[in-house]
Every structure is written in C-alpha cells, then in structure tokens.
Design a protein around this ligand. Structure first.
Ligand code: ADP
Length: 505
C-alpha cells in the first residue's frame, strides 16, 4: 500500500516539465554574447570605413579652417607647416589673379601622394571653379591607378597627379579639398589640401575572417562557461530536490547539504530547519499516540466498566463505586497532563524561554499551592533560604520542576508529614534540595526513577496515584537548562532530590 503511494508521488514529481536552469542559462549567455558580437561586427566591420572616412574629412575641415583663420598672419607659412605635419596632409595656397590660380604662395609637401603638387594648372583651376560654384569649398576623394607611382614610359619612380585618378580601383584613395579664401585687403586665395586614406577596404576580407574566428571562440567559451556556471547552480538544487522528494515520502531523516551559493545555502538551511520541525511534530504525534493507547486504556476501561455496572446491576450504585470513578477520572486527568508535558519537552517542541526571575519567590509560590493540604491534613513544609536568589531560566519550567519534586516529597514523606526545602548558595550556583522523611528509594530503583513510566511499587502516603512521568519531566526540563540534578536516598530514612542552576546577578 505504502509503496504504491510512494510510486504515485515519484511519478507526480517527474511530471514537472519545462526548460532547466542549465539550458536556460547557457542559452541566455549565448544569446547575450551573440548580441554583443553583432554590435561589434556592425561597428568594427560594417561601419569602420564610414567612420574612418568621416574622421579624415573632419581633419581636412580642421586644416582648412586653420589656414582661413591665419590667412592674414605673417606666420601663415609656419602655421601651414605645422598643420601639414600634424595631420599628415599636403597643402598649397595659390593667389588668385584675374579669377585664376596664380603663383603658389605656400607649398607643403609631406607625402608621396601629394597629387595637388603634381597636377596641371588646368585641373587645379577646374577644382577651384567647382569650389566657387559650390559656395566656396569643394572636396573630392578618388582612387589612384596602381601604376601611378611609376613613369609609364621610362619605368622610373614618379609622383602621381590628379590625372592618375582611376575610379575602378580602390587601393590608394586620396581626398582633395579646395577652399576659396580672402584676406583683409581683399586679395583672393585658393587653399588646396590633399590627404591619403589608409586602404582599410583592402583588409576587409582579413578582418571578416578574423572576426569569424573570434566569434566562434567567444561563443564556444560562453557555452563552456555557461555549462560550468549553471552546473554550479543546478547541482545543489538537484541534490536538494532529491532530499525534498525523500522528505515528501515521509522520511524525515533527509538532510539538505548547505553548499553552493549564498541563496542555495540559505534555502538548504531553511529546509533543514523545516525538516527538523516537522520531524519533531511527527515524533510528538507518535509519542502521544503510543502513550494514549498504552496508558489511557486502563483507567478508561475501569471508568466505563464501573459506570455500566452501576447502570445495569441494581445495588451497585454505591458511593464507593462513584468514588472509584472520580479517582480514575482524576488519574486520567493527571496522566493526560503529564503525557502532554512529557511529549512536549522530550520531542524538543518546547524550548526554554530564558529570563531573569527570583527563584526563592518561585519556591514560595509553589509552596502556596500546598497551603490547603498543609492546613487540612497537618502537613508541614519548611523552606530554608538566607537570601533571595535570581536565576536566568524559563520560569514556567522551573516552577514545574519544583512542583513535581515537592509533590513527590509530599506524597512519599513519612508519618511526621514534614518536607524540607533548602536553598544553598555554592559560589555562583544555587542548589534547591527537597527532602522528605519517607520510605526512601532502594539503590536498585534509584537509577531508574528518572525513566519514563517507572514506578516503585510502594504505598503512597496520600491517596494520589502518579503517572510515573513526574521525574521524567523534571529530568527533561533540567536537561533543557543544562542543570545539574540528582537524588540521595536512604531506605526508611527519606530522600533528598536536588538541582543546581547558575545565579544571575
Ligand atoms: P509518580 O507520578 O509515580 O510519582 P515519578 O516519575 O514522579 O512518578 O516518580 C517515579 C517513581 O519514583 C515513583 O513511582 C516513586 O516510586 C519514586 N519516587 C519519586 N519520588 C519519591 C520520593 N520522594 N520518595 C520515594 N520514592 C519516590
């Protein structure tokens, strides 16, 4: 029967579907890295030429502006030299005479691609007139023919000019910018700038291949890293799931390993705490059921038996029989209360609520519960205490310890009906001892009286039957306080039960 329900549960757990942490994390990481790679590819491969060209053209503009703002300066030549070397551009400035280029006033040649220095006046004039018709400035960029650096006839090295323009080629690209300028005296000039683009297009293929390799390595590394990382997260969770399944099947010995990241450690800790609590409740439940079935049956049988007898048999409805039912009912009440207390304390369900309180006053309070018995039956309870002592403990529990010990002493004391309670201070500890003058306990029984349901078969002085749990409760409560306790007894002389607790100032 049980195994069937277990199987049913296992099937239920296995039914959970959907993506796991591992696949989700690996997929998430890979998608993220792919997105980054696409962005890098767009900027580094697709748009690099464009950005490069824009930067270079902006440099051209800056050089032209530099020349314009210094056109009246006597240092114009020096300024042009500086601009040429700073931006790696060729510069030539022509004076305009009769609407055409005259003699060059400035000429800076910094590279072998200074096409403006080797072009004929006609070409330069046509650029100038294009600048004029375009509002004063004109820029043109074009590739040079591969053989532009060699004389086609002699085969010698030579400097290329704008005539070597070859729009089908894209190896050497140059940009030529012309600006029409005018100085304060109304003299007109044409400033020519010429720069060379580094041929980025030529390495486009290499760049794409390299980018492909990089992308492959990065994606592979991401998948490996994602698998390792997700395993570190998933493993403790999988372990915890296995433990939780064991727990769900009613085995509370299951424990959760507190490993992995902070969150999983915390989850395991919480689950361990939960299992502990559930197992305590389960233990308490089992204790109660065992005790009830074992100990309650006897008085209940007696009560029901006597009640039926009194109802059915004429003449059996006697005061003695009624008293027996009353006594058994009382016994039952004591038993139930003691059982509940014992199960509560021994299952670990109840933990001491520690606070500072006056122990001496607690003893006096407990003695008060016996004032009626003392008055009516001539009992004498003496308390010997020099001073009031405070302790740090659970007051309710300690009151119960004193009550149980006093109750036994009153029940078992001798004919003088006297019980002595003594408070003694030993350094930083206080001892409470409760002494009676009763039959005492034999050495054989002495070691067993703290056990559950253990009773020494002897006549009680008072007509109160115990549950056999009083001393077990005392022992459990004192253990919860890590207190020292014990008993000294001599048969025929009496017994002294004691416990010690640290004094709290
Ligand atoms: P009960 O409820 O039967 O008193 P306890 O656990 O308190 O159960 O005590 C266990 C047994 O120890 C008792 O049945 C009794 O025989 C013995 N005992 C306890 N206190 C004393 C005492 N002061 N003098 C003699 N015997 C005692």
């Amino acid at each position: 029967m049980k195994s069937r329900s277990v199987n049913k549960k296992s099937k239920l757990f296995n039914k959970v579907t959907g993506a796991g942490i591992r696949s989700r994390l690996v997929m998430g990481f890979t998608m993220f890295v792919l997105m980054i790679l696409v962005i890098v590819w767009v900027f580094q491969v697709l748009l690099l030429d464009y950005f490069y060209e824009q930067t270079k053209l902006a440099e051209l503009e800056r050089v032209l502006d530099g020349i314009e703002s210094n056109i009246d300066s006597t240092d114009l030549d020096l300024v042009c030299a500086e601009l040429a070397s700073e931006y790696d551009v060729c510069i030539s400035v022509y004076k305009i005479e009769n609407g055409e280029l005259g003699e060059p006033t400035i000429s800076k040649e910094v590279s072998p691609t200074c096409v403006i220095h080797y072009s004929d006046t006609e070409t330069l004039n046509s650029y100038y007139s294009q600048a004029l018709s375009a509002g004063g400035e004109f820029t043109d960029s074009f590739p040079l023919a591969p053989g532009a650096f060699r004389d086609p006839i002699k085969g010698d090295h030579r400097r290329p000019s704008m005539a070597d323009r070859n729009d089908n080629d894209n190896f050497f690209v140059v940009a030529v910018s012309v600006k029409a300028l005018e100085d304060r005296s109304g003299n007109e000039y044409a400033a020519f700038i010429n720069l060379r683009f580094t041929p980025v297009r030529a390495i486009e293929q290499t760049r794409s291949v390299q980018f492909g390799y990089i992308a492959g390595v990065v994606v592979l590394a991401t998948v490996i890293f994602g698998l390792i990382f997700s395993s570190r997260i998933a493993r403790p969770l999988e372990k915890m799931t296995r433990s939780a399944e064991i727990m769900a099947q009613g085995d509370y010995s299951a424990s959760f390993d507190e490993e992995g990241y902070r969150e999983t450690k915390r989850l395991a800790k919480t689950l361990n705490y939960a299992v502990d609590e559930i197992s305590k409740t389960e233990k308490l439940q089992r204790e109660l059921i065992a005790n009830i079935s074992h100990d309650l049956r006897t008085p209940l049988t007696l009560i029901s038996g006597y009640s039926e007898m009194m109802r059915d048999i004429p003449g059996e409805n006697t005061p003695e029989n009624s008293q027996l039912i009353v006594d058994e009912t009382r016994r039952l009440t004591t038993l139930v209360n003691d059982m509940l207390d014992f199960s509560k304390y021994s299952s670990g369900f109840e933990v001491p609520e520690l606070k500072i309180f006056d122990l001496t006053e607690s003893v006096k309070k407990t003695m008060c519960r016996y004032s009626e018995l003392v008055r009516q039956n001539g009992y004498c309870i003496r308390f010997d205490a020099d001073t009031n002592v405070t302790i740090y403990a659970d007051e309710r529990m300690i009151l119960q310890v004193i009550y149980n010990l006093l109750n036994n002493a009153v029940n078992y004391t001798g004919d003088d009906k006297t019980v002595y309670i003594k408070q003694t201070i030993y350094g930083d500890r206080v001892r409470i001892s409760i002494t009676d003058t009763g039959v005492g306990i034999s050495a054989d029984n002495l070691s067993q009286i703290w056990d559950r349901y253990y009773k020494v078969v002897k006549n009680h002085k008072r007509a109160v039957t115990g549950s056999g749990l009083g001393l077990s409760i005392v022992s459990r409560l004192l253990q919860l306080h890590s207190a020292a306790y014990g008993v000294e007894s001599t048969e025929g002389v009496g017994s002294t039960f004691w416990f010690e607790l640290p004094i709290s100032k």
